[in-house]
Design a protein around this ligand. Structure first.
Ligand SMILES: Cc1cc2nc3c(=O)[nH]c(=O)nc-3n(C[C@H](O)[C@H](O)[C@H](O)COP(=O)(O)OP(=O)(O)OC[C@H]3O[C@@H](n4cnc5c(N)ncnc54)[C@H](O)[C@@H]3O)c2cc1C
Length: 459
């Protein structure tokens, strides 16, 4: 190993390598823990990534790519025998193409800097999520991140025009195009998007930028029937002409828990309703009030889908409504030990799933409780389960119970965060045997020695 590390140092220089106590001084992820890697490699260019991977490939040395360490499924966690390859020095925005509405950049740029740089140019990068300040664009691409505006703009996959990646043997595959259409053969960038660093290391990308929305309209609606939640989504989607960007649903227990919690939120609506829907539209209309948005909400009221509603009239009121939806710290503080689930299901099955899982949990462990919320516009549910007793057996049993209910409905055990190490046992619960076999074929073909992020995604 020391010989290999010396060869790597000759490529990346002393500033490109972290060893010994300095490795342990780094956290394994933003959630904590100690970095266990043998060493951390910090290349400064694609060329250096390529040369490092060639050396590791020849030595059959496992390499774990690392962006900002914000992933939630232990995808970027390295074992003591592995090398961590951090993209932290590859953090340059190379170009903002104003007319082409594209940004060319290196993979280590934090998501928030992408957003801010786009905004400075009068443009908009559409993907947004809580970890934006630390998560890198390379990590976001490798996990196909989602977040709050997927309903309108799609996931990270939909923002990537071009990509450069280094394969396990050091081969650089560059598809740095700036145009949307390219049907000349396989669209290879999709091999690397969402593959969690198991097929290649993303080094550069061309991101699609959008026109900056001129106004934002936000409301919170109370509903008492899940059928109405579905009808409301269909109505708003149709009435808002493609501008609906957020449709976040909170079940009564989530809303009540947050409102009663220590954060001191002023309740915008009474706590007696079954569901609370935070809706948002991003519009090109510069007017501070949006007649189409109001008309759509009025139509929902007239059709008696909605029991009560509040429309935000200022930026502060918008932020206050979102603060309720985003108050995860209250859950972490009051429900620990907890297990957060991030799953996808057909929209019409989600409420039934919540009722069913709660009944199964209560039957087995009466002390276990849960709250439900999520990006329902995307079919994405977050179920947070307070597991009571914090033992690995209990965690595994609760996982099994919840994912079994997902499997029965043909849902996905991972809506946003990937499989990593944490969800390994459950990949085959949401993919057919043929799908998993094809994934393994791809992995074996592109990384026959298994050096890229072994033990993640496919095990
Ligand atoms: C508070 C909070 C809120 C979050 N909200 C959301 C959300 O709404 N939606 C969502 O989708 N995610 C969310 N996440 C999860 C996380 O932020 C995303 O998955 C993010 O995209 C990971 O980026 P990262 O740079 O931190 O990657 P890391 O955590 O460093 O790595 C994630 C995975 O990608 C691989 N990887 C990293 N960089 C590269 C690269 N350059 N090339 C190849 N592989 C690489 C790693 O090996 C690992 O498997 C949230 C996380 C937190 C802490």
């Amino acid at each position: 190993m020391q010989e290999l590390i010396a060869e790597i140092e000759a490529v990346v220089g002393p500033q490109g390598l972290v060893q010994g106590d300095a490795v342990r001084a780094r956290p394994a992820t933003v959630q904590g823990g100690e970095c266990q890697a043998q060493a951390i490699i910090r290349p400064a260019s694609t060329e250096e990534v390529s040369r490092v991977l060639r050396l590791c490939h020849d030595a059959r040395q496992a390499v774990v790519p690392y962006g900002g360490g914000t992933g939630l499924v232990e995808g970027a966690v390295a074992a003591p025998t592995e090398l961590l390859l951090s993209l932290e020095r590859m953090n340059r925005i190379e170009e903002v193409d104003m007319l082409g509405r594209a940004m060319v950049l290196q993979a280590g740029v934090p998501v928030q800097r992408v957003q801010d740089t786009a905004e400075d140019a009068g443009l908009f990068f559409a993907v947004d999520f809580g970890a934006r300040g630390t998560a890198t664009i390379g990590g976001a691409i490798s996990t196909n991140a989602g977040g709050n505006r997927v309903l309108r703009y799609g996931m990270l996959r939909d923002q990537v025009l071009g990509l450069e990646a280094v394969m396990a043997d050091g081969t650089v595959v560059s598809s740095m195009q700036r145009f949307i259409k390219n049907n000349a053969g396989y669209d290879l960038k999709h091999l690397f998007i969402g593959s969690e660093g198991t097929l290649g290391i993303v080094t550069r990308a061309v991101l699609r930028l959008r026109p900056m929305p001129r106004s934002r309209h936000t409301a919170m609606l109370a509903l008492d029937d899940y059928q109405h939640v579905q009808e409301l989504l269909a109505l708003l989607d149709a009435e808002l002409g493609g501008t609906l960007s957020g449709f976040e649903v909170m079940w009564n227990d989530f809303y009540r828990f947050i409102i009663d919690g220590p954060s001191g939120h002023r309740p915008p609506l009474g706590v007696e309703h079954g569901y609370y829907v935070l809706v948002e539209c991003l519009s090109a209309d510069p007017a501070p009030t949006n007649s189409r948005f109001q008309a759509a909400l009025e139509a929902a009221m007239e059709q008696e889908l909605v029991s009560d509603a509040v429309i935000a009239e200022s930026r502060a009121q918008q932020d206050a409504l979102w603060a309720i939806r985003d108050d995860i710290p209250t859950l972490l503080q009051l429900m620990a030990p907890l297990l957060p689930f991030d799953i996808s299901l057909n929209l019409h099955e989600i409420d039934d799933f919540v009722v069913d899982v709660r009944a199964r949990l209560a039957q087995r462990w009466p002390e276990v409780s849960s709250v439900a919320f999520g990006h329902l516009g995307d079919g994405n549910l977050h179920l947070v389960v307070a597991i009571g007793q914090d033992t690995p057996e209990r965690r595994r049993q609760v996982d099994d119970l919840v994912y079994e209910a997902v499997r029965e409905r043909g849902g996905s055990v991972s809506a946003e965060h990937g499989i990593g190490k944490e969800k390994l046992p459950y990949l085959a619960w949401s993919r057919t045997a043929e799908e998993v076999a094809l994934m393994r074929t791809l992995k074996a073909c592109l990384d026959p020695k298994g050096v890229l992020n072994p033990g993640k995604l496919l095990g």
